[in-house]
Design a protein around this ligand. Structure first.
Ligand code: GLN
Length: 492
């Protein structure tokens, strides 16, 4: 891999924007550098389910023309990857599932339309666990993703493709979705920045739904500034999504002033579990000390219902998923498997089209919603969800952000948890509460354990991504982690 192209591949979006603006680099060069790396490395890494070389090249040419004309938009010429749960008209959208093999959406997701307006160059559709259900990307019906830091490790999930693509220099930015941690956990495992915005901050129109009351789309980037830029580009109300909230969208990148004096950062004693890796604890403890040395005040907070979050999530999310996935029966959506009767057609289409984890969720969810169990499970979970939210509401009376590990461990080995769903579910024990409460969260790199990245999670008040990003940025700038990249070229 020539070093010039490696340099382009690891250029932050903000720096690329400056070089594009001063015409020191062209959007076509930037796109070609990424496409060359995808060509050389992705057969091994597995980040992409569909590479869009041709459309990327023509978008890059259009970007260069726009720059030449002196009217670039905020992301003009920046190469991005889209998790394959985001609908696009110019490429298939599969959600990592066989049942949607070859599916073409008749419309673009709102976030995709906004990226196009902002001038981004879409490199391709990135790998994901099937219907975003998983924590390792191993539930993808197509192929696993390898962690660019170490090939025998998972990248995390479900947005394993977007996270690994950004970490490995196979995209400058990416969009993923986070229902219980699927942006923050893979960002942590891959050593990049991942943001789950406040529920309602970003339109979900055109996102293939997993659990509609929890799903949010959000950015992956290698720096907080880049993630902030991308969030500004996609956020804001949308008439096509009634749950998107009409609050003003700040220019998030402009509010990163590095000043943490007077900020109160909460440490929740409940964010500590058995099985927490010592290397993760050490890195997170050091990060907390660093935040304090930057002028923040540390305050202990209590989130007593945290211990019920995982159980509550595994009622709520499958319940919503079982309803959302009812539409895939081969008529309107889903590649139909023909059988002698209509019922058998449905059975075979769903039986052969869905993988084992998706079937497990549909069964769990259908059970939790069935009459006789609805009150005991679904309604009870809704009540506990309110308690979890109230824990955070109380915490915000004394702190501005909360700090915690992103995950209890670093990236585990491929295959290590595939036979034990509960072990897999535990990977999200620290990320799920934010989805239950609807609050924003970010994972940023905070060091290494055993040579693998550790993620630091910051949680913010509803619609106060700005403060959360500001704290993340101040920490990032005080540490070297964001400048470190895996040596992926050597394996090509
Ligand atoms: N790992 C969690 C699950 O499998 C979260 C997934 C997500 O956020 N999409 O449900």
């Amino acid at each position: 891999m020539p070093s010039a192209s490696t340099e382009l591949a690891f250029l932050p979006a903000a720096a690329a924007r400056r070089l594009l603006g001063s015409r020191q680099v062209s959007a076509v060069e930037l796109a070609e550098a990424h496409l060359a790396r995808i060509e050389a490395l992705d057969a091994d890494l597995g980040c992409y389910l569909h590479v869009m070389g041709e459309t990327a090249r023509s978008q890059a040419e259009a970007a260069d023309a726009r720059i030449k004309a002196g009217s670039p938009a905020p992301l003009t010429g920046i190469p991005v990857a889209l998790k394959d749960v985001l609908c696009t008209t110019d490429a298939p959208t599969t959600a990592g599932s066989r049942i949607l093999a070859g599916f073409r959406s008749p419309y673009d997701a709102t976030v995709v339309a906004r990226l196009r307006d902002a001038g981004a160059v879409v490199l391709g559709k990135a790998n994901t666990d099937e219907f975003a259900m998983g924590s390792s990307n191993e539930n993808s019906a197509y192929k696993p993703v390898r962690n660019p830091w170490r090939r025998e490790r998972v990248p995390g999930g479900s947005s394993g493709g977007p996270a690994a693509a950004v970490a490995g220099g196979l995209a400058t930015l990416a969009l993923g979705s986070d229902t219980g941690g699927s942006i923050r956990q893979p960002a942590g495992f891959c050593g990049v920045v991942g943001v789950k915005p406040t529920y309602g901050r970003v339109s979900r129109y055109g996102l293939i739904a997993f659990a509609s009351s929890l799903d949010q789309i959000g950015p992956f980037a290698r720096t907080v500034e880049d993630a902030a830029m991308l969030l500004t580009a996609i956020a804001g109300p949308d008439p096509d999504d009634a749950t998107s909230v009409p609050v003003p969208v700040p220019d998030f990148a402009a509010t990163l002033d590095g000043d943490l004096r007077g900020l109160r950062i909460g440490i929740a004693r409940e964010y500590n579990v058995d099985g927490m890796e010592p290397g993760v604890e050490v890195a997170v403890a050091a990060a907390i000390r660093r935040l304090e040395s930057l002028g923040a005040e540390l305050v202990e907070v209590s989130l007593p219902h945290t211990e019920y979050a995982l159980a509550t999530y595994y009622i709520t999310a499958p319940a919503e998923a079982s309803a959302n996935l009812a539409r895939f029966y081969g008529v309107r959506y889903g590649s139909v498997v023909e059988a002698p009767t209509l019922l058998e057609t449905y059975q075979r289409t769903r039986g052969e089209g869905f993988g084992p984890e998706v079937k497990r969720r549909i069964m769990l969810g259908t059970y939790a919603l069935s009459s006789g169990y609805y009150d005991a499970y679904y309604v009870k979970a809704q009540k506990v969800r309110t308690l979890i939210k109230q824990d955070f509401d109380r915490a915000w009376e004394s702190v501005d952000v909360i700090v915690a590990p992103t995950s209890p461990t670093v990236a585990f080995h491929l295959g290590a948890r595939t036979t034990d769903p509960y072990q897999m579910y535990l990977a999200d024990v620290f990320t799920i509460p934010a989805n239950m409460a609807g609050i924003p969260g970010i994972s940023i790199p905070c060091g290494f354990s055993d040579g693998l990245p550790v993620g630091l999670q910051l949680l913010g008040k509803p619609f106060d991504e700005a403060t959360m990003l500001k704290v993340a940025h101040a920490y990032e700038q005080a540490e070297p982690w964001h400048t470190m990249h895996p040596e992926v070229s050597g394996h090509a």
